[in-house]
Design a protein around this ligand. Sequence first.
Ligand SMILES: Nc1ncnc2c1ncn2[C@@H]1O[C@H](COP(=O)(O)OP(=O)(O)OP(=O)(O)O)[C@@H](O)[C@H]1O
Ligand SMILES: [Mg+2]
Length: 265
Amino acid sequence: MPGSNSQPHFSSSGPRRSFPFIQVKEVSKKFGRLEAVAGVSFTLPEGKIYGFVGSDGAGKTTLLRMIATMINPTSGTIHIGGMDVLKKRAQVKELLGYMPQRFGLYQDLTVAENLEFFMDIYGIRGEERKRRRKYYLGFSNLLPFLDRRAADLSGGMRQKLGLACVLVHEPKILILDEPTNGVDPVSRQEFWDMLLEMKRQGMTILVSTAYLDEGEKCDRLLLMHQAKILEEAGPEEIRANFPSLEEAMIHRIQEVDEVLANDEF
Ligand SMILES: Nc1ncnc2c1ncn2[C@@H]1O[C@H](COP(=O)(O)OP(=O)(O)OP(=O)(O)O)[C@@H](O)[C@H]1O
Ligand SMILES: [Mg+2]
C-alpha cells in the first residue's frame, strides 16, 4: 500500500496469516419472505481478486453489502481479518473501501473537489493529503480534468473518479459492485489496469461483474445463482471443457435450474 498511514489492525503477536482473511460462514439474508442470500460459506485469502458473477438477482449485491458491513446478515457470521464484522464494525470499516452499484459522486462538485471531499471524510491532512491527491488523480488519469464537474464526466471517467475516491483512504480490501457496468471497453480496460495495480500493491479485491472478459482477470470466481454459490474456482477451472467462460457458466446455471424444476414435481 503506498505510504499507508492506517493503524495495524491485526494482532502483531502471532502469525498474521493464521486466519482466513475473509471468512463467510452460513450467511443468509432475508428481505421479508424473500431469501436473497441462502446459507453461503467461503473463505478468501488476502491479496487476490475475487469475481462475483452469475445471474441477475442472484444475490451478489446483497452479499457484497453484508461483507462491506452496510447491512447485517439474518443469520451466519462474517469475519474479516479475524474480526467479527458485527462486533468490530468500526475496526472492520477501517479496512474496507466500498463502491456500491450506484456510487454517489457529488455531481455539482469538480473532479478535484470530489476527491477533496472524500479526504475530508477520512481526515487525511497535510503532506499525506497532497501525496494522495496527486497519486490517485494521476493514477486514474484525471489530472487533466480537475476542474470538470462530475456531472460532465463520461461514464468511464466517473467510475475512475469513484474508484479514486474510495482508494484515498488506502483500504486493505476493496469491494466493488459492478463498477464497469455500461462503460466502454477501453475505459473498462483502464479501470481493470487500476485494479491489477492495486492488487500488486497487496490489496484484496472483491468485485461483481456481468462482463466475463473481466471474470477472466480474476484469480477466483464465485458463481452465484438463486441466492447460493454454485462454484468457487479459478476462471480456467470453471471454463474447462467449455469453449468459453460464458458457456460454462450458462451450463452450470441451467443444470441447477433443471434440478430445481424437477424438485417441484
Ligand atoms: N432491500 C431489499 N428489499 C427487498 N428485496 C431486496 C432488497 N435488496 C435485494 N432484494 C432482492 O434480493 C434478491 C437479490 O438481489 P441482489 O441485488 O443482491 O442481486 P444481484 O445478484 O446483485 O442482482 P443484479 O445482477 O441485478 O445486480 C433480488 O430478488 C432482489 O429483488
Ligand atoms: Mg447487483
